[in-house]
Write a protein that binds this ligand. Structure first.
Ligand SMILES: [Zn+2]
Length: 536
């Protein structure tokens, strides 16, 4: 089995994505999650790009990792400056990270149009920069920017650049498809040529971007052609359409192609890691993401569901538990008892045939009114619990009232008052919020917090409203989907009503009650493509 190293650049290249920003402390959490997954090399950025990066490197210098190695990232020396006088290289040499990834040019178009450096000077910049860092005791990865474009236009010069880095002591030449312009056959051909020429002296890596939706396929093609290191980001974060997605590359390499990457134990953390890092980045996990999405192994149709019960291989490309995902048979009018029993079993709920039949009737009746449990696994489980008696209400509602006031100066203020009974006591609480749901959430939390202080850990992460008008014979109804997280896991809940506040209330109560059910099933993260509105 050939070992393939995983190189994660979520913290640098991934942060180029729109709206991506993490504090130094959050980046440390990402590093630990990647380390636990078994990623070999974790790129943390340039140790001095700004105060936040400096803080990150200071924090990382004191962190103990299980097995991952931290890499610093920088550029070859500037033109006309000696390597040992280049401030960037001196910072890299002084940094604690044992590995430095140096990016440099390989494409003559960039030399002419962007850097205005002669071809000979560029080769000297590469060789002297690598040699300087080697002399400072660093392991060096040479990141050959625009390699594939350069190779197509002038393969001889692109090779000279690689050779300069290799001869100066780079341990790895990582070939970059910086513009994401290449297709798998092109990547395979160029990588094979490099491996044939330089592969006996130096390891070859691959770093692709996803502009042609080929980031994963290109990475796999390069490995098949002899690359032994793959750069990418978690969930494919990155500039434009993103980087190669390590979350898809890892199971393909290890489980489909038989390469050695992280091992059977660690790969079981794949789903959890992908979702955790989404949460840290404040993104809703994509339910349709390959391998780790909530829908990746979900079966809606009755025949599929029956086939899965008979033998999972009938409709699945792999066993989902190998990567920590779950087979979750989605409920709909098409599916039957099997899915209710499967969910009950996962949640440890004792259910007999009569209980299952009652739950199915309740689901069907609710689906008819506009409920849909695909994105609301918490509400689905609560419904089964209510039919089997394994349900503990958090509180008893006496009443609530929400007032929204629009002032002449344009300001809008919302206030909610709630009266509930918890543990034999009556609580009345009032709260102001950004909108009615926010105000209700705060008032309810205020009322029950005393009995349930763990509420502090639980946050609503996503609020989606959709108007359903397909229900003949009734007024249009509003469907509210909420995603809720306790910091590790997230779950979805649903409410449906002709009144948006009533629908929101229903979803809100489910989201909180679910959190406190004893022995609840491992929730899976939420998120759908539905329209989202803040301040509703
Ligand atoms: Zn990149």
């Amino acid at each position: 089995m050939t070992k393939v190293d995983l190189y994660d650049t979520t913290l640098r290249d991934g942060m180029q994505g729109q709206g991506m920003s993490l504090s130094a402390a959050e980046k440390v959490r990402v590093v630990h999650a990647l380390d636990a997954l078994g990623v070999d090399l974790i790129e943390a950025g340039f140790p001095g790009a700004n105060p936040k990066e400096l803080e990150l490197f200071e924090l990382l210098a004191d962190e103990r990792l299980e097995q991952a190695t931290i890499c610093a990232f920088g550029m070859t020396r500037r033109r006309g400056v000696a390597a040992d006088e280049d401030p960037g290289l001196r910072t890299l040499a002084a940094c604690f990270a044992p590995v430095v990834t140096l990016v440099g040019k390989t494409w003559s178009l960039h030399l002419e149009k962007v850097t205005r450096v002669s071809r000979a000077e560029n080769l000297a910049m590469i060789a002297e920069s690598v040699a300087y860092l080697r002399a400072a005791g660093k392991r060096v990865i040479y990141d050959a920017e625009h390699f594939f474009d350069g190779w197509r236009e002038d393969p001889g010069y692109a090779f000279e650049c690689l050779r300069s880095a290799a001869e100066a002591g780079a341990e790895n030449l990582s070939l970059c498809d910086t513009n994401g312009a290449s297709l798998p056959e092109q990547i395979a051909e160029a990588t094979a040529a490099v491996v044939a020429d330089l592969g006996s002296e130096t390891a070859i890596g691959i770093h692709t971007h996803n502009d042609l939706e080929c980031g994963v396929a290109n990475s796999l093609a390069a490995v098949r052609a002899g690359a032994t290191l793959v750069q990418g980001t978690v969930n494919g974060y990155g500039e434009r359409t993103g980087n190669a997605n390590l979350i898809s590359i890892l199971p393909a390499l290890e489980l489909k192609l038989g390469y050695e990457c992280v091992g059977a134990d660690r790969i079981g953390r794949l789903t959890e890691t992908a979702h955790l890092i989404d949460e840290i980045c404040n993104l809703s996990p994509d339910p349709d993401q390959p391998y780790v999405g909530r829908n990746a192994f979900a079966h809606k149709g009755g025949m599929h569901a029956a086939g899965i019960q008979a033998d999972p291989r009938t409709f699945e490309h792999m066993e989902p538990t190998l990567i920590g995902n779950n087979r979750d048979v989605l409920i709909s009018e098409l599916a039957g008892k099997g899915s209710v029993l499967a969910r009950a079993e996962r949640a440890g709920i004792g259910i007999d045939d009569e209980g299952a039949a009652r739950a199915i009737e309740a689901i069907k009746e609710r689906e008819h009114r506009g409920y849909s449990y695909e994105a609301a696994d918490a509400s689905f489980e609560l419904l089964i619990r209510k039919e089997t008696g394994e349900y503990e209400p958090l509180f008893t509602l006496e009443s609530f009232r929400v007032v929204t006031e629009k002032r002449a100066d344009g300001r809008v203020e919302t206030e909610a008052t709630i009266k509930v009974w918890v543990g034999g006591s009556r609580y009345i609480r009032t709260a102001e919020g950004l909108g009615p749901v926010h105000a209700l959430d705060l008032a309810l939390r205020g009322a029950i917090y005393e009995h349930h202080p763990q509420l502090a850990e639980i946050a609503l992460t996503n609020f989606k409203v959709r108007i359903l008008d397909e229900h003949q014979g009734t007024e249009a109804v509003t469907r509210v989907l909420l995603d809720t997280s306790d910091g590790h896991d997230s779950w979805g809940s649903i409410g449906v009503s002709e009144n948006v506040i009533e629908a929101s209330w229903e979803a809100l109560v489910d989201s909180l009650e679910y959190a406190f059910q004893p022995g609840r099933a491992d929730p899976r993260s939420g998120g759908t493509s539905a329209r989202s509105e803040q301040g509703v």
